[in-house]
Ligand binder design. Structure first.
Ligand code: IPD
Ligand code: CA
Ligand code: CA
Length: 283
């Protein structure tokens, strides 16, 4: 199931990754785009060219499917009418790309009836490619090595959990979360997909993203990669993420974990979310 889809997605991620690395080495202009709550993020020609490579390739291979990419106009009516929708972040972690710290990812996900069924996350600089298909496990390929099946840790005690946190977007709320849980091991890296992949391959155990600013393309491919490795991803209230809504924001934030402590993490977050004045956003 989905063999052709996976092969095409991997080829396109690699083609986009090569183009991104050309810009990374040659240089580029840094532009800015403004999102929810006046949140400003960098964007470059590399984001747009990577998007074109992926979107054109997918449209040719799977003309019946819907496509949503961060760098293209979203035809909402067309997208929500489709059973299958490709969801693409051509560069997740553009901040890492412009800072030349190596932490950025190409993310290609496929959602069927709003649920992720396939995901590819490529780290072009680190040369790691993770991929997953529903029911087939998660595989991680380093360089030209053979892809290796990966699975999450079984750590459950909060004090022992490795917490992946944003290197580019530190926040007071994150500090409060760290204190509230008593986390002692924080892993500061860029890109949502990169951080979630760390959990899939046991280099971290949990990632909490409290802001309402991530969008479908930040989480679709990472979610199936985490789930097929045995982990879990929900919103901050423990509710499932869905990818078939007109509004592409994950308004209720994200909790990604190795699985076993997920319920306790959600319960322990409750009083803090109340303190932050967060109530579940009704889509
Ligand atoms: C995240 C990603 C993403 C954005 C998130 C960020 P980080 O960056 O770059 O594109 O939508 O809000 O937090 O902080 O994980 O590198
Ligand atoms: Ca992103
Ligand atoms: Ca992006």
């Amino acid at each position: 199931m989905l063999e052709k889809e996976l092969a095409v997605a991997i080829d396109l991620a690699r083609a986009a990754g090569e183009r991104i690395i050309e810009f990374y080495e040659a240089g580029f202009e840094i532009e800015e785009k403004v999102g929810l709550n006046d949140f400003r993020e960098p964007v470059t020609i590399a984001d747009r060219e990577a998007s074109r490579i992926i979107v054109e390739g997918l449209a040719k291979a799977f003309p019946e499917d819907g496509i949503l990419s961060e760098e293209e106009l979203d035809d909402i009516d067309e997208r929500i009418s489709k059973r299958r929708v490709w969801i693409i972040d051509p560069i997740d972690g553009t901040a890492g790309f412009v800072n030349h710290d190596g932490d950025f990812a190409v993310q290609i996900g496929l959602a069927e009836n709003g649920i992720p069924v396939l995901g590819v996350v490529l780290l072009p600089f680190h040369n790691v490619l993770d991929h997953a298909r529903l029911g087939h496990g998660t595989f991680s390929q380093v360089g030209a090595d053979k892809p290796r099946r990966v699975s999450v840790s079984d750590t459950t005690e909060f004090a022992d959990l490795g917490l992946a946190v944003s290197r580019n977007h530190p926040s007071n709320r994150m500090q409060q979360i760290i204190k509230h849980f008593g986390f002692t091991n924080t892993i500061r890296r860029g890109s949502v997909g990169l951080k979630v992949s760390l959990i899939a391959s046991r280099s971290a155990d949990v990632y909490i993203h409290p802001s309402p600013r991530t969008k479908f393309w930040d989480t679709c491919a990472p979610q199936i990669i985490l789930e097929e490795a045995g982990g879990k991803m929900t919103d901050l209230f423990g509710l499932p993420l869905r990818y078939d809504r007109p509004d592409v924001h994950n308004h209720n934030g994200i909790v990604a974990s190795n699985g076993p402590p997920h319920g306790s993490i959600i319960n322990h977050l409750k009083p803090l979310l109340a303190e932050f004045g967060r109530i579940p956003y009704k889509h």
